[in-house]
Design a protein. Structure first.
Length: 168
């Protein structure tokens, strides 16, 4: 993705959250709720390991699910064609760069892999310049997917708010 992209329209989603072949409906429901909370669009790259009408997805998203901007695509190439031309970041516990090393912008895309296996190396390797991780101690293998998405979206929000207040 080009760093020279046009500025986002104010009505555009603040972020695009991509779940690559999600496996746990409760995670997806919680991520959907977080997307609604910040004004992000949720993208699902199929196959998912569950049906989106699954009551566990709706229960985790509570009554917010009806407000979710959700789009599902059948494969990775469909997602790449459908996403707006903005920056794309890939999250992996193996990435060499931390989210604290990046300055996020309105309209960025955040791509998260499967709960059990992450993103395939065909999509991104750990040394890719846009591969990022949420730092943790060595005492845990990884964070829950919904927690990780929440951290990333809230860090983006923090940066956007800090940037807009410093521009005044």
């Amino acid at each position: 993705m080009s760093e020279q992209t046009p500025p986002p329209h104010p009505a555009d989603p603040v972020a695009h959250v991509v779940l690559y072949q999600p496996e746990i409906p409760q995670n997806t429901g919680n991520i959907g709720r977080t997307c609604v909370a910040v004004g992000a669009k949720l993208w699902i790259v199929r196959p998912a390991s569950f049906d989106f009408s699954d009551k566990r997805v709706r229960r985790a998203g509570l009554d917010y699910w009806k407000h979710l901007d959700l789009q599902a695509v059948d494969q990775w190439s469909d997602l790449v064609d459908a996403l707006p031309p903005r920056r794309m970041f890939f999250f992996s516990r193996f990435a060499t760069r931390s989210i604290w090393d990046e300055h996020f912008q309105h309209g960025d895309s955040f791509v998260f892999g499967r709960e059990t296996s992450g993103l395939p190396r065909e999509i991104v390797g750990p040394d890719h310049p846009h591969a990022l991780r949420v730092p943790t101690t060595g005492n845990v293998r990884s964070l829950n997917l919904a927690t990780t998405v929440g951290i990333v979206l809230m860090e983006q929000q923090r940066q956007l708010i800090a940037g807009s207040s410093s521009a005044r």
